[in-house]
Design a protein around this ligand. Structure first.
Ligand code: SAH
Length: 350
């Protein structure tokens, strides 16, 4: 079995280089070709001898993902990709343009095990973890296709990043490397549904990234109805982990709260939420639910969403309503993969 060379960290690559009997300076060269230039063939490594290329080919392959479908929003130029992997599986990524540059939302798994009731990512079932190289390849493919440099990463695509912990950490190390994409930790966000043990593991690494928690409810009764993970890690445990995380890393915690009409969007829900978050260094991102066809969740009126936000602010909680990007291309992840698996005709493709 050949090894995916793009999934190796710098240190692992260095060990592999030494094992092949090569001089150390080759590590930097090869790492740079893989992670900065994003080559998909060893033949493109122009400062590497033919003999060495053959050696690398004998031992390794380079992971990549191919563009299967691409959708461009006519409203705000958000781009959504459906990528095909070597084994025929599909994942999704979204590139958004902001004033400060381009942000990519990447997938961390093929499917998801978490089973959140409002989300499209679990509809087509869980298949496997993505390797570090496959997570990074989403950025490489999008950058090449768009001809731009992506400066920010959010891990909010298909999958639960903390359920693929080791590969995600290797991916972070590689994109952060000055010999690779050199994306600063402060420009990276990891979103989790609240796997408490892993939040502590992440905390111990002391990375300066932004941790986002998909909270979506202010108590266990409501949260367990929509998020099965809450049965294992109740809201009190999740919020305690957040307070500890914030204290230890000095980083502000971000909470995602998807507003679903009649489920979690009443004034009493906002008040309960404010009480739970009191005194924590945090920010609440309110997301009007994206009505995924198969899920049947209804979005409340703009007025009710603004009122929810105002109640939080009046109780000293930082809160904003998320701007919807790519509304015309179903930019929230999971839907394209599901449709592809079902064999639906794909419309609006460019
Ligand atoms: N598993 C991780 C990463 C997925 S992030 C997590 O749960 O955080 C995707 C974000 O979009 C999560 O906050 C998720 O709860 C939210 N989301 C999923 N489906 C949605 C929908 N239909 N409408 C609005 N937000 C949704």
């Amino acid at each position: 079995m050949k090894t995916d060379i793009k999934s190796l960290t710098y240190e692992q690559l260095n060990n592999a280089v030494l094992e092949l009997g090569l001089p150390k300076f080759r590590t930097k060269q090869i790492f740079n070709w893989l992670h900065f230039h994003a080559v998909t063939s060893f033949d493109d490594m122009t400062n590497i001898s033919k003999e060495l290329k053959e050696k690398l080919k004998e031992n390794f392959f380079i992971s990549h993902c191919d563009i299967e479908d691409k959708y461009v929003s006519e409203i705000d130029s958000t781009v959504k990709y459906l990528f095909k992997l070597w084994d025929g599986e599909y994942i999704e990524s979204v590139v958004m343009k902001y004033k400060y540059g381009y942000t990519i939302c990447v997938s961390s798994q093929v499917g998801c095990k978490m089973g959140c009731k409002f989300c499209a990512s679990t509809l087509a079932g869980f298949k496997r973890n993505l390797t570090a190289g496959e997570i990074e390849s989403q950025i490489h493919s999008a950058q090449k296709d768009l001809g731009v440099r992506i400066s920010h990463i959010v891990m909010m695509g298909i999958g639960e990043p903390l359920d693929n912990f080791d590969n995600v950490i290797d991916f972070l190390e590689n994109v952060n490397s000055p010999d690779g994409l050199n994306i600063s930790m402060r420009s990276i966000t990891i979103s989790t549904c609240g796997i408490v043990d892993k939040i502590y593991e992440l905390m111990d690494l002391g990375l300066q990234l932004t941790l986002t928690i998909s909270l979506h409810a202010s108590n266990n009764e409501i949260r367990s109805k929509t998020m099965p993970v809450n049965d294992k890690y109740p809201i009190e445990q999740v919020l305690k982990a957040c307070r500890d995380y914030s204290k230890k890393t000095g980083r502000r915690i971000s909470f995602e709260y998807t507003l679903i009409k009649g489920v979690n969007d009443r004034e009493c829900d906002a008040l309960e939420l404010a009480g739970r978050l009191k005194g924590m260094l945090c920010h609440v991102n309110l997301i009007p639910v994206n009505d995924v066809e198969e899920r049947g969740n209804v979005r409340g009126s703009r007025e009710s969403i603004e009122k929810f936000c105002a109640v939080l602010k009046n109780n000293s909680i930082n809160a904003t309503i998320r701007r919807t990007l790519g509304a015309d291309i179903n930019a929230s992840c999971g839907q394209l993969r599901y449709k592809k698996k079902r064999g639906d005709a794909v419309e609006d493709c460019c």
